[in-house]
Design a protein around this ligand. Sequence first.
Ligand SMILES: Cc1cc2nc3c(=O)[nH]c(=O)nc-3n(C[C@H](O)[C@H](O)[C@H](O)COP(=O)(O)O)c2cc1C
Length: 455
Amino acid sequence: MNLHEFIAAAAARGWLLYVSRPVSAELELAAVAHALDGRPVLFSAVANPYHSAAGPARVLTGLAADRRHFALALGCAPDQILFRLAEAFARPQPAPQVAQGPCQEVIARPGDLTALPFLKHWPDDAGPYATAAIVILRDPDFGLNASFHRLLRLDDHRLAARLVERRGADTAWRKAAGDLPVAICIGLPLHVLLAASMAPAAGVSELDIAHALRPTPLVRCLTHDLLVPAEAEFVLEGRITHELAEEGPFVDLTETIDIARRQPVIEIDCITHRRDAIYHALLPGGLEHKLLMGMPKEPSIYAAVNEVARCRNVCITPGGASWLHAVVQIDKQAADEGEKAVLAAFRGHGSLKHVVIVDKDIDPFDPAQVEWAIATRFQAGRALHLLRDQPSSSLDPSATHTPGQKSRSDKMGLDATIPWDTAAGPAHPDHFRRLPLPEVAVGEYLEVQRATQET
Ligand SMILES: Cc1cc2nc3c(=O)[nH]c(=O)nc-3n(C[C@H](O)[C@H](O)[C@H](O)COP(=O)(O)O)c2cc1C
């Protein structure tokens, strides 16, 4: 389901909002998208103050702002998304190469980056950024890698890319003696975005995970031999150089300002796009960012916990910026499985900071139920697991950040499962259960009210 098909399907379901009045790419669009966060919005007249000759552009925001959108794109129910992702993560399928694709209907060499509607989101940001861009490159040892990287536009042919240390793109770049060929895709199908935000083992291409989710034909670039999704709206072909430039400050996932750093410069040699291309802009720190960051980590937590216990479901919670907090639901079979699940969850998602383990009767997607389990089943002296000074997320302002090094933070796990005071299980499980009251047909009781309203 490419962007155009998603827009048609979202419109048919009444989800899509339209903004046809002129909106500026500098600060204004981000503010409107923020006010409409959670909904897909098609802006059809985006003004580009950075390029006087550029005509009004079409920009889509909110593509990934709701689990229902993912379910629509994957063709499953929302509570089944985790299992579709886990299956694709476990069994990637080689993505086929095709001769041509709509992403190359229009070709511009070298092309002009200022003609694209990069948005400036926050006044304190360093400048206009592409925030929904997938960077594709080839690691000499591990092959194709696809991942999200925020891209600051420096001028009409250069970008500064934020490469978090020791991830796939950073590792490949550090290995390259000279410039490393790169292809940047903007406006991708939702299943490709999901796959690109996963962190599979080295040697596994995110594009093969995408093809295991939904058909993902690839075409060869024009200026080098990288392969890109044929259904992309825009493809920027170029090279990551060893030149560094100031990147940041930038308001990122946690809606706090991320510091400026010296980051690699990408030079663009060719821009291709669909004839009727739509630019995808993702509001940093918005729901779309949070879901795309968090959801793809749920299968890797699920897989890690399943090695030590029966994992039923995983929710990376919005309250933890959809990155730093998770709730893991298990079907507990032994006294120590709560602690094992805590440690496994941290293995499954390296940036996780706090995790709560709950039993199968607690809905991990319902914060009130999770808090109830902590209130009624958890004792800090017995079930709190504290890990001091661990490798952590660079996006957590409270962590310790040393330039060029992995950030570090304390981590905490709460085992909020019913404690087992015998090897066979809890002596009095009913003491921990929420006792239901009998169901009643409440409508009958409301009859009186309807009568009142009529009079
Ligand atoms: C919306 C979004 C924005 C992201 N921005 C960045 C970024 O600017 N730099 C970065 O290194 N990772 C960023 N990430 C995370 C990577 O894409 C992600 O960790 C990926 O799994 C890295 O995979 P790799 O190690 O295979 O390259 C972002 C993820 C999402 C969903």
